[in-house]
Design a protein around this ligand. Structure first.
Ligand code: THU
Length: 147
């Protein structure tokens, strides 16, 4: 799938976010090495700290659909989801916790997962790799000496 198509899936998914507290809707689309795509969005909670980011909810869907070890590419878009389409000018990059969650998939698969980050309008895009977003991270590979 082209970057543009994956971004559009993330932007569409953001419209199904549950984000009444922040007002910031994030959508995510994850493509497997075989071209299968799952989507998800952030889901907040009245107990604010229990809110779930779009990337983590979508990684859960990816595990169920094809397995974390098959994650190849991830598109993320965030902004104002109150209109007919996601809007906003500021590119949404994964938070630190989501980078850690993506690193888990990356180390399982051995893929330096590609992360395509977009603003709400979808006209500003940054392409990254997980190794760039969380250098020297701690992942399953670091647990090799566990008893
Ligand atoms: N959010 C995500 O879903 N992903 C990120 O990587 C950054 C932040 C959500 C969490 C919260 O619901 C809202 O955006 C504002 O922080």
């Amino acid at each position: 799938m082209y970057d543009r198509q994956l971004i559009e899936k993330a932007r569409e998914a953001a419209l199904r976010a549950y984000a009444p507290y922040s007002g910031f809707s994030v959508g995510c689309a994850i493509e497997s090495v075989d071209g299968e795509v799952v989507t998800g969005a952030n889901m907040e909670n009245a107990c604010y700290r229990l809110g779930l980011c779009a990337e983590q909810s979508t990684l859960t869907a990816a595990q169920h659909a094809f397995g974390l070890d098959k994650v190849a590419r991830i598109a993320v878009a965030g902004g104002d989801g109150s209109g007919a389409s996601l809007s906003g000018n500021i590119v949404c990059t994964p938070c630190g916790g989501c980078r850690q969650a993506i690193l888990e998939a990356a180390q399982l698969s051995g893929n330096d997962v590609e992360i395509i980050c977009a603003n709400g309008n979808g006209d500003q895009v940054e392409n990254h790799r997980i190794s760039e977003l969380i250098p020297h991270g701690f992942g399953p590979a670091n647990l090799g000496d566990a008893a």
